[in-house]
Design a protein around this ligand. Structure first.
Ligand code: FES
Ligand code: FES
Length: 162
């Protein structure tokens, strides 16, 4: 069957099998920022945005994206570079394998909060939002420090924690 998906604003029209997952559709079309981890909806590594909302591409059928808009890290280079720099500055990037999925959810969180005109959020809000993103190398404290600075730069104060 044929699907038509706008990926990072570019229309892709392809024949797929009905059981193809979005992660495979994206990677086969060159979007290799989408990483494969657990493939059981547990690590967050394969996160992309479907119509602006984060989804796990390992458990989203490619068919669900037919006629929709998908954004990957390749389409968010400005935000990704900025967040990556904050994470690296705080020493929260060790092997870096978890970073693409983290960054996709951080961007989604920021966009949601800006749309809600939120100016204050708590450390718990961040931890709740990112609960599905696993990092096997760090204790998340560097990520939190980085996100305090990133959100401050976007006029959102993070309360609670240290
Ligand atoms: S690879 Fe999709 S959640 Fe782990
Ligand atoms: S830095 Fe290695 S998995 Fe997160």
């Amino acid at each position: 069957m044929e699907i038509r998906v706008k990926v990072n604003k570019k229309m892709i029209i392809r024949e797929i099998s009905p059981d193809m997952m979005l992660i495979d559709f994206l990677r086969e079309n060159g979007y290799t920022s989408v990483k494969r981890g657990c493939e059981t909806s547990n690590c967050g590594l394969c996160t992309v945005h479907l119509n602006g909302k984060p989804v796990l591409s390992c458990s989203t059928p490619a068919l669900r994206a037919d006629g929709q808009q998908v954004t990957t890290l390749e389409g968010m280079q400005k935000d990704a570079t900025q967040i990556g720099a904050y994470i690296a500055d705080e020493g929260a990037e060790q092997c870096g394998y978890c970073s693409p999925g983290f960054i996709m959810n951080i961007i989604a969180m920021k966009n949601e909060w800006i749309a809600e005109e939120k100016t204050v959020a708590s450390e718990d809000d961040i931890l709740t939002y990112l609960a599905g993103n696993l990092c096997r190398c760090t204790g998340y404290m560097g990520h939190i420090r980085a996100l305090r600075k990133y959100f401050a730069a976007n006029n959102i104060e993070i309360t609670g924690g240290k």
